[in-house]
Design a protein around this ligand. Structure first.
Ligand code: FPP
Length: 224
């Protein structure tokens, strides 16, 4: 059976869920947070060491200002509310992406990272203002004046995910089959699970089923 060290998730479908319930897209985001909590608990229970959540992409800035503001306020309140609990539960929080937010949110994020940095149970990487292409461009620009030949290890160690093992599996909810500029380098050998359910409907049972399926896959990494 395959061991699981790192799960990555594209939490898609909040907006559609909110509208389906005859409410707003933002209502979907709000309820989506409850799924985040369920998945966090389950990830700790399964003794998985890394969880990466795609919360806001470099492309998501194109959304209406009202939705963007709502998402960041939601995140702010979520962290203010839950940080102590996360800390108590041994969660280490790391932001991947460029921290270009309001001073207040930047402060909250920096504080959350600092407070939890020694925790060991589960590292949660929150991808915020994250885009894989811009991450790679940033890394290549840092490397371009170095005389040494570039290799895989050097590229990996210049990404936001430096020192984090690549994800073993990627889950994308919301019945959409694409990577959306998420961890393109790091997912090179990940097993990908596309889930029909919208993120707010995704639950512990769905998550466990995927983890079990992953464990049983024969992974060849190019071999036979
Ligand atoms: C994708 O659904 C979801 C997002 C862009 C944001 C994800 C946010 C949450 C799960 C809640 C907030 C989380 C944190 C950690 C603060 P979508 O809006 O693209 O859905 P759609 O495909 O139905 O439009």
């Amino acid at each position: 059976m395959n061991q699981i060290q790192h799960v990555a998730i594209i939490m898609d479908g909040n907006g559609r869920w909110g509208l389906k319930k005859r409410k707003s897209r933002n209502f979907g985001h709000k309820i989506g947070l409850k799924t985040v909590e369920k998945v966090l608990k389950q990830t700790i229970k399964k003794k998985i060491k890394y969880l990466t959540l795609f919360a806001f992409s470099t492309e998501n800035w194109k959304r209406p200002q009202k939705e963007v503001n709502f998402l960041f306020k939601l995140l702010e309140n979520f962290l203010l509310d839950k940080l102590s609990e996360f800390h108590k539960n041994g969660i280490k929080l790391k932001i991947i992406g460029k921290k270009r937010f309001s001073n207040q949110l930047n402060r909250i994020l920096n504080n959350a990272e600092k407070k939890t940095k020694k925790n060991k149970k589960l590292q949660v990487n929150l991808a915020l203002n994250y885009g894989s292409k811009s991450e790679l461009i940033y890394a290549f620009n840092k490397l371009k004046f170095k005389k040494k030949a570039i290799n895989e290890k050097i590229i990996s160690s210049n990404l936001f995910t430096k020192n984090i093992p690549d994800p073993d599996l990627l889950i994308r909810t919301g019945n959409t089959h694409r990577l959306s500029n998420f961890l393109l380098w790091q997912l090179a050998y990940a097993e990908i699970f596309f889930e029909k359910k919208l993120w707010p409907d995704f639950n512990e049972n769905d998550y466990n089923k995927i983890l079990l399926k992953f464990k049983k896959i024969k992974r060849n990494f190019g071999n036979i």
